[in-house]
Design a binder for this molecule. Structure first.
Ligand SMILES: [Zn+2]
Length: 123
């Protein structure tokens, strides 16, 4: 079951997905292994103001929980993406099984554009 993590900051966010919490919630190991067999926790990168599709297990990761609590991340259901978006629909790019979507433009930009198009219609 997937969720969408929506970044509300202008900063890139990287979250380690610890084996003990993430893989346990996921039900299988998502870690990578070094040549010498040492397990390396996986991570999720969320670009500034982007929407990233992750497994719901990511909500069990303390770092992700802190970011949500601090308002740096919002959680959206996957269904919200399939509903019509009036202005700009996010583009989803699949990379390594994690879908990354370009963020919907900030509200101020959209309002500015709308104001411009209204002006053009009048003249
Ligand atoms: Zn693991």
């Amino acid at each position: 079951m997937s969720v969408l993590l929506v970044s509300s900051t202008a900063l890139l966010q990287v979250f380690l997905l610890p084996h003990g919490t993430y893989c346990a919630a996921l039900g299988h190991c998502a870690c990578s292994k070094r040549e010498d067999g040492v397990r390396l926790d996986s991570a999720v990168t969320i670009p500034a103001r982007a929407i990233v599709q992750c497994d719901r297990a990511v909500l069990q990761v303390p770092g992700v929980q802190r970011a949500i609590h601090a308002g740096q991340l919002r959680v959206q259901s996957l269904q919200s993406l399939t509903q019509p978006v009036s202005v700009s629909e996010p583009t989803i790019i699949e990379a390594n099984g994690i879908a990354v979507a370009t963020a919907v433009e900030p509200t101020e930009v959209r309002n500015e554009r709308r104001a411009t198009s209204v002006k053009n219609r009048r003249s």
